[in-house]
Design a protein around this ligand. Structure first.
Ligand code: UD1
Ligand code: CA
Length: 464
């Protein structure tokens, strides 16, 4: 087996993106396009990955170094192409760092949806001796390099701008992916000239050299068009995003997940699902999310970095973001509609969190409920606690955060302020409208508000 060295072309400008961000760092499914390409190279177990940078080189290199470190992988090698004189010129920059004995597999940093199996088939076609091109038939091939054959044998690639009328009628085009024996590639690259319509060094000219040298040129067809679609504009980026989301949705549905509408589903990260999970329309999942058996997610939820246990129901318009600390939702819990769970929210079995309730860095034990308009921050809440509408923990004194402990079976009335640090002991009751800044005793009723005064038969002021 010949080793595979991946070369990623990523020097282009991406003028039509009209963005300060280098094109290959624009995201598909929450990951920069070039990261998709790197992940695909990792699946292929490439010996080396060499990235050709140019426009925005520093940003791209910095991103890739950081990402490799984060994933515990070796960073790729970088070569710079400055200025950009064509795709052949780009690959010429790689020659000094590319080993002679391998297969060079050429990928594009702005073509993110190529599948590993398609590339593996291309590498197999090359087999260390042939020049293997990935091609596709296009209804409208305008702008692409045409595959010129004589009989079955590929003779050359002719760029659109250099093609004759007859050649422009060819529908089979080069996708930008090839697998080529490195030693031969280097020899051909040294022979490139730029005497063509664009005055560029065309990588595609090596096909003519190969044919002339008697090296067999073989073509493999891409599975689906989106695999080889590149991104040049925000519209093309959005189209690939939908294609990518469709792929993920189909994979989840094949595993039994019931999506109300695969066209209204977005996953920017990983989603693990148990059996009989149902997800309604317009939900967005980010980072790492796990849903247990029978979990139901209502419409219009945003859920990031969370584990939701079996049988829990997340009602519509709920926002959950565990960031680094994560969020845990216990078995059979009912969350929302319009709930907000923030980092460190750990909810036990059958906890209920209702509308306009925010929970941050707080633990709620089995059966605790906060059903309306409330805030729990830095709190430890015992079993079966009922936390009234409009109540909040005042956890921040302007400088430091403090904890509130609400022990089992406490009933906190409506519109209370629990000024931390404070403990409401087991079985206690807090009267509505109380400001509690001293810890209470187990079983006590605590009321901390002005007494009601009523003036009988009071005459309201009259307008003069
Ligand atoms: C190239 C092919 C064409 C093929 C098409 C598929 C050549 C000469 N033509 O077209 O046959 O149908 O891709 O999309 O190769 N790049 C550099 N440095 C450069 C020029 C380009 O790194 O100097 C990179 C770009 O960032 C991009 C890739 O190479 O990732 C392809 O460049 P692009 O201009 O999109 O392709 P074409 O040359 O139009
Ligand atoms: Ca070009």
């Amino acid at each position: 087996m010949t080793a595979v060295d991946v070369v990623v072309m990523a020097a282009g400008k991406g003028t039509r993106m009209k963005s300060r961000t280098p094109k290959v760092l624009h995201k598909v499914g929450g990951r920069p396009m070039i990261q998709h390409v790197m992940d695909t190279a990792a699946v292929l177990q490439a010996r080396r990955v060499i990235v050709i940078t140019g426009h925005g080189a520093e940003g791209v290199e910095q991103y890739l170094k950081g990402a490799a470190e984060g994933a515990g992988r070796a960073a790729p090698d970088f070569v710079r192409q400055e200025p950009q004189l064509g795709t052949g010129h780009a690959v010429q920059q790689v020659v000094p760092v590319l080993p002679d004995d391998g297969i060079a597999l050429i990928l594009n940093g702005d073509v993110p949806l190529i599948r590993p199996q398609t590339l593996q088939a291309l590498v197999d076609k090359c087999g260390g001796t042939r020049l293997a091109l990935l091609t596709v038939d296009m209804a409208d091939p305008t702008g692409y390099g045409r595959i010129v054959r004589s009989g079955e044998a590929v003779q050359a690639i002719v760029e659109h701008k250099d093609a004759s009328h007859a050649q422009r009628a060819i529908k089979e085009v080069y996708t930008g992916f090839m697998a080529v024996p490195a030693r031969k590639l280097k020899d051909w690259l040294a022979r490139l000239k730029n005497d063509n319509a664009q005055g560029e060094y065309y990588l595609t000219d090596i096909v003519g050299f190969a044919a002339a040298d008697g090296t067999e040129v073989v073509a493999a067809k891409a599975g689906e068009q989106v695999e080889v679609d590149g991104v040049n504009s925000p519209l093309q980026l959005a189209d690939l995003e939908r294609a990518f989301q469709r792929r993920q949705a189909v994979a989840l549905m094949e595993a039994g997940v019931r999506l109300a509408d695969p066209a209204r589903f977005d996953l920017r990260g990983t989603l693990e699902c148990g059996q009989d999970v149902e997800i309604d329309v317009n939900c967005l999942f980010e980072g790492q999310v796990a849903l247990g058996d029978g979990v139901r997610i209502g419409a219009n939820c945003v859920i990031a970095n969370a584990r939701i246990a079996a049988g829990a129901v997340i009602h519509p318009f709920t926002h959950i973001d565990g960031e680094k600390a994560g969020v845990e939702v216990g078995e059979g819990a009912l969350i929302g509609p319009f709930a907000r769970l923030r980092p460190g929210a750990k909810l036990g079995q059958e906890v209920h969190i209702g509308n306009f309730v925010e929970v941050k860095n707080s633990t709620l034990a089995k059966g605790a409920k906060a059903n309306h308009l409330a805030y729990l921050g830095d709190a430890t809440v015992g079993e079966r606690v009922n936390y009234g509408a409009g109540s909040i923990t005042a956890n921040y004194d302007g400088a430091n955060k403090h904890r509130t402990v609400i022990e089992a079976d406490v009933h906190v009335g409506s519109n209370c302020v629990l000024v931390a640090p404070v403990t409401v002991a087991a079985g206690g009751t807090v009267g509505a409208g109380s400001v509690i800044n001293k810890s209470t005793e187990a079983g006590a009723l605590s009321v901390a508000r002005a007494r009601q005064a009523s003036i009988p038969n009071w005459a309201r002021p009259k307008k003069k």
